[in-house]
Design a protein around this ligand. Sequence first.
Ligand code: C2O
Length: 574
Amino acid sequence: MESSGMPQSTTPRMPCTLQSLARRSLLLRHRKEARQPRRISCEATGGGHVDRRDVLLGFGGAVAAGLATDRGAAIAAPIQAPDLRNCHRPDLPDTAPDTNCCPTYRAGSSIIDFRPPPASTPLRVRPAAHLVDREYLAKYERAVRLMKQLPADDPRSFEQQWRVHCAYCDGAFDQVGFPNLEIQVHNCWLFFPWHRFYVYFHERILGRLIGDETFALPFWNWDAPGGMTLPAIYANRSSPLYDERRDPAHQPPVLVDLDFSGTDPNIPRDQQIDMNLMIMYREMISGAKKTELFLGQPYRAGDEPDPGAGSFENVPHGTVHFWTGDPRQPNGEDMANFYSSARDPVFFSHHGNVDRLWRVWRGLRPGNTDFADPDWLDAAFLFYDEDARPVRVRVRDCLDTATLRYTYQDVGLPWLNARPAQKSAGTPAPAAGSLPATLDKTVRVTVTRPRVSRTRKEKDEEEEVLVVEGIEIADHFNRFVKFDVLVNEPESGVDATTAAATMYCAGSIAHTPHMMRHDKEKEKGSVKTVARFGVCDLMDDIGADGDKTVIVSLVPRCGGELVTVRGVSIGYVK
Ligand code: C2O
């Protein structure tokens, strides 16, 4: 059963909750002076007195402990579409062969505001890549071939198309009004909507090139057993869909490892499939009960990049990038590095599935699961359309895929009940090491749970969230970084290669390398971020729901020596 797109509300504002108050005041501290006036004040709807303690609890222990008291003076604004005339060639290392990401700018071309296609436009139906027929494949290959033949400076050419991704994730664009800050569409709440538009315009251009306005890109159905290999249509050397910069050890029929950590687990196929399904279950169901846990953290005008990815962005999104990239290349090109990833045509298929699963996630949750925050809804980007016109889009324009006139082939959701087996939990391994620490080895710390044995209703209202704070990844342009977060890992140990599919695993941080703007005031190229994992179900499964403390292990899987972590705490999210 594939959920159909639900009517999506674009209501401008929900009542101001403690949650958003807390978020705003926290964000304010990181913001530069120059701001645009906030259009909507929380006070207008809040009215009453807010107990600071509630705000703290509503946000989460140690993070909230640093809250400023200037709550209420908050001013914020959505990220604005970049100014194409103001694009900087990212400062990529010499090992990157091709470092100019800036899109063609044609002087005088005026920017148009996005309008959805007429409701009478035929629906594009995106097929699963492993299920397409010869006729479809011929059409798709022809479209990509034509795109690759366009002059390199045509905004619709494949050359220009892949660079769009690089521009939005390697610091090419300034935030409008904040020349010291870059626009970054990963590791924040822009991740899903930005990539939805990116794939959407790419698809429209391909359709136009073959004169077929119903053309739909295929999606790489890596969440179902039948789709868990690199789709064969991309593996044919004489096809325009082929890319030589891929891991030669990961060609069909090798199964994708949604927990890929740099080495291939030597496990039977059935076990790999089960692991992948359990990881899907965690990322879509048990760990993704609240909007921000799935969509990522707020990121507004004036904010530093990378406030925090939804856990899905790390796994499986990031791990599939890593698994596909070529370890023989200096920077994991193409897919294991954000600057190069969209140079591989399978990128668009990978992101088709990411997009499909966003839609599925919303469909599984009755009611509105979007952020009601205007700073999300009005965040804007620029893309070129099939007529090579620059179009300004806003997040609110993309929330309903039916309005965009596309849908997905119904292929079922085989992970829907793939909850990891509950075993009686053994004695937890004792704490080892302390934070802050560099993750060159496993660190295990005791973490206090502010509330224990909550009722079902309390748990539904507020998800328990494990917060891994102060994650700093040193300049890591050529290295993928991943570490797993386990709770009450038993003394007897869990095998690292299968740990991610056990009831102890809250999730992973899996960071695809990208270049940061090298600001004078900032340490060169380091990424600073936070990770959050929903753990209500996990606490029940491991039998820790009544425990005042748990032991959290941070287990480095690759590039741990590049990572430092400041702390781990437990908070709650509405
Ligand atoms: Cu923009 Cu899969 O990354």
